[in-house]
Design a protein around this ligand. Structure first.
Ligand code: PEP
Ligand code: MG
Length: 308
Protein backbone atom coordinates (compact mmCIF):
# COMPACT_ATOMS: atom_id res chain seq x y z
CA UNK A 1 0.00 0.00 0.00
CA UNK A 2 3.02 2.30 -0.33
CA UNK A 3 4.21 1.87 3.26
CA UNK A 4 7.98 1.69 2.95
CA UNK A 5 9.69 -1.05 4.96
CA UNK A 6 13.43 -0.86 4.25
CA UNK A 7 14.97 -4.32 3.97
CA UNK A 8 18.52 -4.37 5.27
CA UNK A 9 21.31 -6.90 5.61
CA UNK A 10 22.85 -8.56 8.64
CA UNK A 11 26.60 -8.70 8.02
CA UNK A 12 29.52 -10.03 10.02
CA UNK A 13 32.34 -8.82 7.80
CA UNK A 14 32.77 -6.02 5.20
CA UNK A 15 33.67 -8.74 2.68
CA UNK A 16 29.98 -9.68 2.47
CA UNK A 17 28.90 -6.19 1.38
CA UNK A 18 28.95 -6.63 -2.42
CA UNK A 19 26.88 -9.81 -2.28
CA UNK A 20 24.36 -8.16 0.06
CA UNK A 21 23.91 -5.24 -2.36
CA UNK A 22 23.51 -7.69 -5.27
CA UNK A 23 20.82 -9.54 -3.28
CA UNK A 24 18.84 -6.32 -2.79
CA UNK A 25 19.97 -4.95 0.60
CA UNK A 26 18.93 -1.31 0.97
CA UNK A 27 21.58 -0.86 3.65
CA UNK A 28 22.90 -2.69 6.71
CA UNK A 29 20.64 -3.22 9.71
CA UNK A 30 23.13 -5.14 11.83
CA UNK A 31 26.87 -5.12 11.37
CA UNK A 32 28.31 -7.52 13.93
CA UNK A 33 31.80 -6.28 14.82
CA UNK A 34 32.86 -9.41 16.69
CA UNK A 35 34.82 -10.74 13.67
CA UNK A 36 37.51 -8.12 14.38
CA UNK A 37 37.94 -9.40 17.90
CA UNK A 38 37.15 -13.11 17.94
CA UNK A 39 40.47 -14.56 16.85
CA UNK A 40 42.52 -11.94 18.65
CA UNK A 41 44.16 -12.29 22.03
CA UNK A 42 43.88 -8.51 22.49
CA UNK A 43 41.62 -5.85 20.99
CA UNK A 44 42.43 -4.76 17.42
CA UNK A 45 43.96 -1.31 17.09
CA UNK A 46 41.88 1.76 16.27
CA UNK A 47 43.64 1.86 12.90
CA UNK A 48 42.70 -1.77 12.07
CA UNK A 49 39.11 -1.13 13.07
CA UNK A 50 38.88 2.13 11.14
CA UNK A 51 39.98 0.42 7.91
CA UNK A 52 37.26 -2.24 8.26
CA UNK A 53 34.52 0.23 9.12
CA UNK A 54 35.54 2.55 6.26
CA UNK A 55 35.40 -0.38 3.83
CA UNK A 56 31.88 -1.18 5.03
CA UNK A 57 30.63 2.43 4.87
CA UNK A 58 32.04 2.97 1.38
CA UNK A 59 30.32 -0.20 0.14
CA UNK A 60 27.00 1.31 1.27
CA UNK A 61 27.68 4.94 0.33
CA UNK A 62 24.55 7.07 0.76
CA UNK A 63 22.71 4.26 2.55
CA UNK A 64 21.96 3.46 6.17
CA UNK A 65 24.52 1.33 8.02
CA UNK A 66 23.79 0.21 11.60
CA UNK A 67 26.93 -0.93 13.39
CA UNK A 68 26.71 -2.79 16.67
CA UNK A 69 29.56 -2.30 19.09
CA UNK A 70 31.24 -5.43 20.38
CA UNK A 71 28.88 -8.08 21.78
CA UNK A 72 31.23 -10.25 23.81
CA UNK A 73 30.26 -12.94 26.31
CA UNK A 74 27.81 -15.86 26.42
CA UNK A 75 27.73 -17.33 22.88
CA UNK A 76 30.58 -14.98 21.82
CA UNK A 77 33.30 -15.41 24.49
CA UNK A 78 36.43 -13.25 24.27
CA UNK A 79 39.35 -14.18 26.51
CA UNK A 80 40.58 -10.62 27.05
CA UNK A 81 37.11 -9.31 27.98
CA UNK A 82 35.42 -12.22 29.73
CA UNK A 83 38.16 -13.89 31.72
CA UNK A 84 36.26 -14.72 34.90
CA UNK A 85 34.42 -18.04 35.08
CA UNK A 86 30.66 -17.57 35.07
CA UNK A 87 28.11 -20.29 35.84
CA UNK A 88 25.53 -18.65 33.55
CA UNK A 89 27.36 -16.54 30.98
CA UNK A 90 24.17 -15.58 29.13
CA UNK A 91 23.13 -13.86 32.37
CA UNK A 92 26.60 -12.52 33.07
CA UNK A 93 28.96 -9.77 32.06
CA UNK A 94 28.15 -9.73 28.35
CA UNK A 95 27.36 -7.18 25.66
CA UNK A 96 27.27 -3.59 26.89
CA UNK A 97 27.91 -4.77 30.46
CA UNK A 98 31.31 -6.14 29.42
CA UNK A 99 32.15 -2.98 27.46
CA UNK A 100 31.21 -0.80 30.39
CA UNK A 101 33.59 -2.80 32.58
CA UNK A 102 36.36 -2.28 29.97
CA UNK A 103 35.39 1.16 28.76
CA UNK A 104 38.65 1.75 26.91
CA UNK A 105 37.62 -0.90 24.36
CA UNK A 106 34.27 0.84 23.81
CA UNK A 107 35.96 4.23 23.48
CA UNK A 108 38.44 2.87 20.93
CA UNK A 109 35.65 1.34 18.91
CA UNK A 110 33.67 4.60 18.89
CA UNK A 111 36.84 6.50 17.92
CA UNK A 112 37.40 4.14 14.98
CA UNK A 113 33.76 4.43 13.88
CA UNK A 114 33.78 8.24 14.05
CA UNK A 115 37.07 8.37 12.13
CA UNK A 116 35.80 5.97 9.45
CA UNK A 117 32.65 8.08 9.12
CA UNK A 118 34.67 11.27 8.69
CA UNK A 119 37.15 9.66 6.30
CA UNK A 120 34.48 8.24 3.98
CA UNK A 121 32.45 11.47 4.02
CA UNK A 122 35.53 13.46 3.00
CA UNK A 123 36.11 10.97 0.17
CA UNK A 124 32.49 11.39 -0.97
CA UNK A 125 31.61 7.77 -0.10
CA UNK A 126 30.01 8.30 3.29
CA UNK A 127 27.03 6.32 4.53
CA UNK A 128 24.35 7.19 7.11
CA UNK A 129 26.07 5.65 10.15
CA UNK A 130 23.95 4.52 13.08
CA UNK A 131 25.62 2.87 16.10
CA UNK A 132 23.95 0.66 18.69
CA UNK A 133 24.79 -1.28 21.83
CA UNK A 134 23.94 -4.95 22.46
CA UNK A 135 22.29 -6.48 25.56
CA UNK A 136 20.92 -3.26 27.01
CA UNK A 137 18.77 -4.22 29.98
CA UNK A 138 18.17 -0.93 31.81
CA UNK A 139 17.26 2.66 30.98
CA UNK A 140 20.48 3.72 32.69
CA UNK A 141 22.48 1.63 30.21
CA UNK A 142 20.66 3.26 27.29
CA UNK A 143 21.50 6.68 28.71
CA UNK A 144 25.12 5.67 29.31
CA UNK A 145 25.67 4.31 25.81
CA UNK A 146 23.97 7.07 23.85
CA UNK A 147 25.80 9.75 25.87
CA UNK A 148 29.21 8.17 25.31
CA UNK A 149 28.49 7.63 21.58
CA UNK A 150 27.52 11.29 21.20
CA UNK A 151 30.81 12.32 22.85
CA UNK A 152 32.48 10.95 19.72
CA UNK A 153 30.12 12.76 17.35
CA UNK A 154 28.01 9.69 16.49
CA UNK A 155 24.86 11.33 15.12
CA UNK A 156 22.45 8.41 15.54
CA UNK A 157 22.89 6.29 18.66
CA UNK A 158 20.52 3.51 19.69
CA UNK A 159 20.17 0.26 21.55
CA UNK A 160 19.30 -3.33 20.88
CA UNK A 161 16.21 -4.63 22.61
CA UNK A 162 17.10 -8.23 23.44
CA UNK A 163 15.95 -8.45 27.06
CA UNK A 164 12.31 -8.28 28.22
CA UNK A 165 13.09 -5.45 30.68
CA UNK A 166 14.10 -3.17 27.80
CA UNK A 167 11.03 -4.07 25.78
CA UNK A 168 8.73 -3.28 28.69
CA UNK A 169 10.44 0.05 29.37
CA UNK A 170 10.95 0.97 25.71
CA UNK A 171 9.21 4.31 26.10
CA UNK A 172 11.77 5.38 28.72
CA UNK A 173 14.61 3.96 26.67
CA UNK A 174 13.49 6.17 23.79
CA UNK A 175 14.00 9.21 26.01
CA UNK A 176 17.71 8.56 25.31
CA UNK A 177 18.00 6.32 22.25
CA UNK A 178 17.45 7.60 18.71
CA UNK A 179 16.28 4.14 17.64
CA UNK A 180 15.84 0.57 18.80
CA UNK A 181 16.66 -2.64 17.03
CA UNK A 182 15.06 -5.80 18.35
CA UNK A 183 17.33 -8.84 18.47
CA UNK A 184 14.77 -11.62 18.38
CA UNK A 185 17.36 -14.38 18.93
CA UNK A 186 18.28 -13.17 22.38
CA UNK A 187 14.84 -11.72 23.13
CA UNK A 188 13.40 -15.20 22.61
CA UNK A 189 16.12 -16.83 24.71
CA UNK A 190 15.53 -14.46 27.62
CA UNK A 191 11.73 -14.46 27.37
CA UNK A 192 11.44 -18.25 27.34
CA UNK A 193 14.43 -18.73 29.71
CA UNK A 194 15.98 -21.24 27.31
CA UNK A 195 19.65 -21.16 26.33
CA UNK A 196 19.76 -20.52 22.56
CA UNK A 197 22.79 -22.81 22.21
CA UNK A 198 21.38 -25.79 24.10
CA UNK A 199 19.89 -28.48 21.89
CA UNK A 200 17.76 -29.98 24.66
CA UNK A 201 15.73 -26.74 24.95
CA UNK A 202 15.85 -25.75 21.27
CA UNK A 203 12.07 -26.21 21.03
CA UNK A 204 11.62 -23.09 23.18
CA UNK A 205 13.66 -20.90 20.81
CA UNK A 206 10.76 -19.89 18.58
CA UNK A 207 10.16 -16.16 17.95
CA UNK A 208 6.55 -16.90 16.99
CA UNK A 209 5.87 -17.36 20.71
CA UNK A 210 3.12 -14.86 21.60
CA UNK A 211 5.05 -13.75 24.70
CA UNK A 212 7.85 -12.62 22.39
CA UNK A 213 5.36 -11.02 20.00
CA UNK A 214 3.72 -9.11 22.86
CA UNK A 215 7.09 -7.70 23.91
CA UNK A 216 7.78 -6.65 20.31
CA UNK A 217 4.38 -4.96 20.24
CA UNK A 218 5.39 -2.91 23.31
CA UNK A 219 8.50 -1.66 21.53
CA UNK A 220 6.61 -0.96 18.29
CA UNK A 221 3.96 1.03 20.14
CA UNK A 222 6.57 3.01 22.10
CA UNK A 223 8.42 3.76 18.86
CA UNK A 224 5.20 5.01 17.24
CA UNK A 225 4.34 7.18 20.28
CA UNK A 226 7.79 8.75 20.39
CA UNK A 227 8.39 8.89 16.64
CA UNK A 228 11.49 6.64 16.86
CA UNK A 229 12.41 3.88 14.39
CA UNK A 230 12.11 0.26 15.50
CA UNK A 231 14.13 -2.24 13.48
CA UNK A 232 14.26 -6.00 13.75
CA UNK A 233 17.59 -7.72 13.28
CA UNK A 234 17.14 -11.24 14.68
CA UNK A 235 16.49 -14.33 12.60
CA UNK A 236 12.72 -13.77 12.90
CA UNK A 237 12.83 -11.10 10.18
CA UNK A 238 13.94 -13.74 7.65
CA UNK A 239 10.70 -15.74 7.99
CA UNK A 240 8.40 -14.14 5.36
CA UNK A 241 5.07 -14.43 7.20
CA UNK A 242 6.66 -13.52 10.53
CA UNK A 243 8.13 -10.47 8.78
CA UNK A 244 4.55 -9.41 7.95
CA UNK A 245 3.58 -9.91 11.61
CA UNK A 246 6.58 -7.86 12.78
CA UNK A 247 5.56 -4.96 10.54
CA UNK A 248 2.04 -5.30 11.94
CA UNK A 249 3.52 -5.00 15.43
CA UNK A 250 5.24 -1.72 14.54
CA UNK A 251 8.62 -2.62 13.05
CA UNK A 252 9.74 0.12 10.66
CA UNK A 253 12.61 -1.81 9.04
CA UNK A 254 13.75 -5.43 8.87
CA UNK A 255 17.29 -6.75 8.73
CA UNK A 256 18.22 -10.31 7.80
CA UNK A 257 20.73 -12.62 6.16
CA UNK A 258 20.98 -11.29 2.59
CA UNK A 259 19.80 -14.59 1.09
CA UNK A 260 16.40 -14.08 2.76
CA UNK A 261 15.75 -10.61 1.30
CA UNK A 262 14.02 -11.64 -1.94
CA UNK A 263 11.44 -13.93 -0.32
CA UNK A 264 10.64 -11.45 2.44
CA UNK A 265 10.28 -8.60 -0.08
CA UNK A 266 7.99 -10.65 -2.33
CA UNK A 267 5.75 -11.62 0.61
CA UNK A 268 5.55 -8.13 2.14
CA UNK A 269 4.47 -6.71 -1.22
CA UNK A 270 1.26 -8.74 -1.12
CA UNK A 271 -0.10 -7.11 2.08
CA UNK A 272 -1.14 -3.64 3.20
CA UNK A 273 -0.18 -2.29 6.61
CA UNK A 274 -3.75 -2.90 7.81
CA UNK A 275 -3.52 -6.52 6.63
CA UNK A 276 -0.25 -6.90 8.55
CA UNK A 277 -1.89 -5.50 11.69
CA UNK A 278 -4.79 -7.93 11.40
CA UNK A 279 -2.48 -10.90 10.91
CA UNK A 280 -0.37 -9.76 13.87
CA UNK A 281 -3.51 -9.55 16.06
CA UNK A 282 -4.35 -13.15 15.20
CA UNK A 283 -0.85 -14.31 16.18
CA UNK A 284 -0.85 -12.26 19.41
CA UNK A 285 -4.06 -13.91 20.59
CA UNK A 286 -2.54 -17.42 20.43
CA UNK A 287 -1.28 -19.35 23.45
CA UNK A 288 1.91 -20.81 21.99
CA UNK A 289 4.28 -20.52 19.03
CA UNK A 290 2.68 -23.25 16.92
CA UNK A 291 -0.83 -21.86 17.22
CA UNK A 292 0.41 -18.30 16.62
CA UNK A 293 1.97 -19.47 13.35
CA UNK A 294 -1.23 -21.30 12.38
CA UNK A 295 -3.40 -18.31 13.28
CA UNK A 296 -1.24 -15.99 11.18
CA UNK A 297 -1.44 -18.37 8.22
CA UNK A 298 -5.21 -18.64 8.57
CA UNK A 299 -5.60 -14.84 8.82
CA UNK A 300 -3.40 -14.38 5.79
CA UNK A 301 -5.35 -16.97 3.76
CA UNK A 302 -8.67 -15.32 4.55
CA UNK A 303 -7.12 -11.95 3.70
CA UNK A 304 -6.17 -13.28 0.28
CA UNK A 305 -9.65 -14.70 -0.31
CA UNK A 306 -11.20 -11.32 0.50
CA UNK A 307 -8.97 -9.47 -1.94
CA UNK A 308 -9.44 -11.96 -4.81
C1 PEP B 1 19.82 -11.26 18.33
O1 PEP B 1 20.09 -11.60 19.48
O2 PEP B 1 18.69 -11.44 17.80
C2 PEP B 1 20.84 -10.63 17.48
C3 PEP B 1 20.53 -10.12 16.31
O3 PEP B 1 22.12 -10.62 17.95
P1 PEP B 1 23.05 -11.95 17.97
O4 PEP B 1 22.34 -13.02 17.22
O5 PEP B 1 24.33 -11.51 17.35
O6 PEP B 1 23.16 -12.20 19.42
MG1 MG C 1 21.89 -10.86 20.42
Amino acid sequence: DGTAVPLLANLGNPAGAAEAVALGAEGVGLFRTEFLFLSASSAPTVEQQRASYAELLAAFAGKKVVVRVLDAGADKPLPFLNDAHEENPALGLRGLRALRASEDILREQLTALAEADEQTRKAGSGADLWVMAPMVSTVDEAEYFTAIAREYGIRTAGVMVEVPSSALLAEHIFAHADFASIGTNDLTQYTLAADRLLGSVAGFQDPWHPAVLRLIREVGAAGARTGKPVGICGEAAADPLLAVVLVGLGATSLSMAPTALADVRATLLTYSLDDARRIAEAALAATDAATAREAAHAASDSQKERTQ
